[in-house]
Design a protein around this ligand. Structure first.
Ligand code: ATP
Ligand code: MG
Length: 229
């Protein structure tokens, strides 16, 4: 049940587990519609595990995680794609099909998620315009720079108008200048209303673009101020 229409992610007393070990305990936080939240913490502190649990790749055994009114623990396998469609997911390694153009990469996802054929081409152009790649639709991934490939991945994540974009170190493989441009693109997307939860190690950019910060440390998730990093 949806108890607050402004809350898009509501985590209560959740524990994040891998098969044999608890990674994070008693996780409690809410993210409201339109927020931009950084998830930080040392390597191995549990950022990716937490994100995976939110998007249903890692089972939640204790506590609750509610994504836009859906309690993920209760979701049947068959319903998972429907909930995932509310989430745009972005990783640091781009995961584009190398043997398909950027347009074909986007169309692949549109086909898989039930888009009408006659809407697809228009939408490819719209999405690529949003990320500044409108003239690169027919390029293959290897014909794009790392930053451009990440822009294509962001366009792909936006296909189904997600309520929240979940990004796991989206600038991990990019140089500082390109990373800043990608950060700015996330800021623009956020300004237009998409909620963003981003795991990142990029403290320089976190300090430059001050937002809410959740820190994974010693098996807990705590909210901290930018002054502590
Ligand atoms: N598939 C898995 N099976 C068992 N343990 C795992 C698995 N994946 C990760 N872990 C463990 O869970 C802990 C948290 O890993 P996680 O990948 O969530 O950290 P992270 O904060 O994302 O680190 P990084 O900053 O390096 O990406 C680590 O101790 C890791 O060894
Ligand atoms: Mg990680």
């Amino acid at each position: 049940m949806k108890n607050d229409i402004n809350t898009v992610i509501d985590i209560k007393d959740a524990s994040i587990f891998h098969r044999y070990s608890t990674i994070l305990n008693n996780v409690n936080f809410k993210i409201n519609k339109g927020e931009f939240v950084y998830l930080i913490g040392k390597t191995g502190s549990g950022k990716s595990s937490l994100l995976k649990t939110i998007y249903g790749d890692l089972a939640l055994k204790m506590g609750s995680i509610n994504v836009d009114g859906n309690e993920i623990k209760n979701i049947k396998k068959s319903e998972l794609p429907f909930v995932r469609r509310k989430l745009g997911i972005i990783f640091q390694d781009f995961q584009l099909f190398q043997d398909r153009s950027i347009a074909e990469n986007l169309i692949f996802v549109m086909k898989a998620t039930g888009w009408k054929k006659n809407k697809m081409n228009d939408n490819v152009f719209k999405l690529l315009s949003k990320v500044g790649l409108e003239d690169k639709a027919n390029r293959y991934p290897y014909q794009l720079s790392g930053g451009e490939q990440q822009r294509a991945v962001i366009a792909r994540a936006l296909i189904n108008n997600p309520i929240i974009l979940i990004a796991d170190e989206p600038t991990g493989n990019l140089d500082p200048k390109v990373s800043e441009n990608i950060f700015k693109l996330f800021l623009e997307i956020n300004k237009k209303g998409t909620t963003i939860l981003m795991a990142t190690h990029n403290y320089e950019l976190i300090k430059k673009f001050n937002k809410r910060i959740l820190n994974c440390t010693e098996g807990r998730v705590e909210e901290i101020s930018v002054n502590y990093i």
